[in-house]
Design a binder for this molecule. Structure first.
Ligand SMILES: [Zn+2]
Ligand SMILES: [Zn+2]
Ligand SMILES: [Zn+2]
Ligand SMILES: [Zn+2]
Ligand SMILES: [Zn+2]
Length: 304
C-alpha cells in the first residue's frame, strides 16, 4: 500500500502519485511549524504551492498552503522563477529591473544579478538618449566612459623584458654563433669522413660519417635548427604584465567632453565617479600617450 508509506505527508493533499527515478536539484520549503519539505516546486499561485517530492522510487505531488510556509530555500527552480520575472519585464522598465536585481541579490543569484545589472546599464543609456536627443555625448556613446588608450582597454600592459626586448626569444646558446642553426658533427669533427682501421686491409681507411651523412654538420639539437630559444628571463612571454598606469587597470577613462555623465555639458551635474585606486593625478584622461620610462635594451647581441 503506497499511501501508507506517504503517511507523513498527511495534512497535504496528494494530487498525483507516479513512479519516477529522476533526480533533481531540490528546493527546501521550511514551514512555519518548523517542518521542512524537500522537493521541486512545480507551480506557484498566491495561495498554494505544488511541490513534487521523491519518496524512494516514487514521486508524489503535494499542495502546500502558502500561508503555512515560513521560507523557501534555494533550488534549481529559482532560475526558472528568475526567467519568468525577467521575461515579464518591459524592455525599458528601469524600476522593474532594479527590483529584479534586488530579488536576485536577496536570493543570492549572482549570475542572474550580473545579467540584470548589465541590462540596467543599457536601459539607463536608452533613457538618457531619449531625454537628451541632441545633447547625449557621441564620442562615448552616452556611457561617459572611453576605452583606455594607454592599454587599448585591456587594463594591463606588458613591461617588455630587458633581455629579449619583448620578443620572448634569445639566440640559441648552443648554435647561434654558427651558421644556419647547425653544429659541427662531433663524430667526424666536421669533415664528413673519418678514418678507421680495417683489419682485412691491414691499414686505415676513410669512411663516410653516418651520423651527419657525410655533411660534417648536424642540426642543433638544442633549438632544432631554429637558432632561437625561449628567453629564460621572461619564460618566453616577452615581459611582465603590469596594471595600466593610465587607467589604473580600470580599462576605461572617463569622457572629458561630458565629464563622464554621458550628456554634453553635464546638465544634471553628475559627479565624476572616483577611480578604484586613487593614485596621483585623477584628471588623467587616458589620451596622453604614456611612453615607457626606459627603452628596452638588449644586453647582449645574441648574434654577436
Ligand atoms: Zn641551436
Ligand atoms: Zn659526421
Ligand atoms: Zn625575455
Ligand atoms: Zn589603461
Ligand atoms: Zn562623453
Amino acid at each position: 500500500m503506497q499511501f501508507s508509506r506517504l503517511s507523513f505527508v498527511s495534512g497535504f493533499f496528494v494530487i498525483l502519485l507516479f513512479l519516477s527515478g529522476a533526480a533533481f536539484a531540490a528546493d527546501v520549503i521550511v514551514l512555519k511549524s518548523g517542518r521542512t519539505i524537500t522537493g521541486k516546486i512545480l507551480t506557484r499561485s498566491d495561495k498554494t504551492l505544488e511541490v513534487e517530492m521523491t519518496v524512494g522510487k516514487s514521486t508524489a505531488t503535494i499542495t502546500i498552503q502558502v500561508s503555512d510556509i515560513d521560507r523557501i530555500e534555494k533550488g534549481e527552480n529559482k532560475d526558472v522563477e528568475f526567467r519568468k520575472r525577467w521575461s515579464a519585464l518591459k524592455s525599458n522598465d528601469l524600476p522593474g529591473h532594479e527590483a529584479l536585481l534586488k530579488w536576485c541579490e536577496d536570493n543570492s543569484l549572482s549570475i542572474q544579478a550580473a545579467q540584470v545589472r548589465k541590462k540596467i546599464d543599457s536601459v539607463k543609456l536608452v533613457l538618457l538618449k531619449e531625454k537628451y536627443p541632441d545633447l547625449w555625448c557621441r564620442p562615448c556613446e552616452a556611457g561617459g566612459k572611453l576605452s583606455c588608450q594607454g592599454c587599448e582597454g585591456k587594463g594591463v600592459k606588458v613591461d617588455p623584458c630587458q633581455r629579449c626586448a619583448g620578443s620572448g626569444e634569445i639566440g640559441c646558446r648552443a648554435c647561434s654563433r654558427k651558421k644556419q642553426g647547425s653544429l659541427d658533427c662531433r663524430r667526424c669533427g666536421g669533415a664528413g669522413v673519418y678514418e678507421r682501421f680495417d683489419p682485412s686491409k691491414g691499414r686505415k681507411v676513410k669512411t663516410r660519417c653516418s651520423t651527419c651523412s657525410g655533411k660534417g654538420k648536424i642540426e642543433c639539437p638544442t633549438c632544432s635548427g631554429k637558432q632561437k630559444s625561449k628567453c629564460e628571463d621572461c619564460k618566453g612571454e616577452g615581459g611582465k604584465k603590469v596594471s595600466c598606469g593610465t587607467c589604473d587597470g580600470q580599462r576605461h577613462s572617463y569622457c572629458k567632453l561630458c565629464e563622464g555623465s554621458g550628456v554634453k555639458g553635464n546638465p544634471e551635474k553628475k559627479a565624476l565617479p572616483k577611480p578604484g585606486k586613487p593614485k596621483g593625478n585623477t584628471e588623467e584622461d587616458g589620451k596622453s600617450d604614456e611612453k615607457p620610462k626606459k627603452k628596452p635594451v638588449i644586453k647582449k647581441n645574441p648574434f654577436g
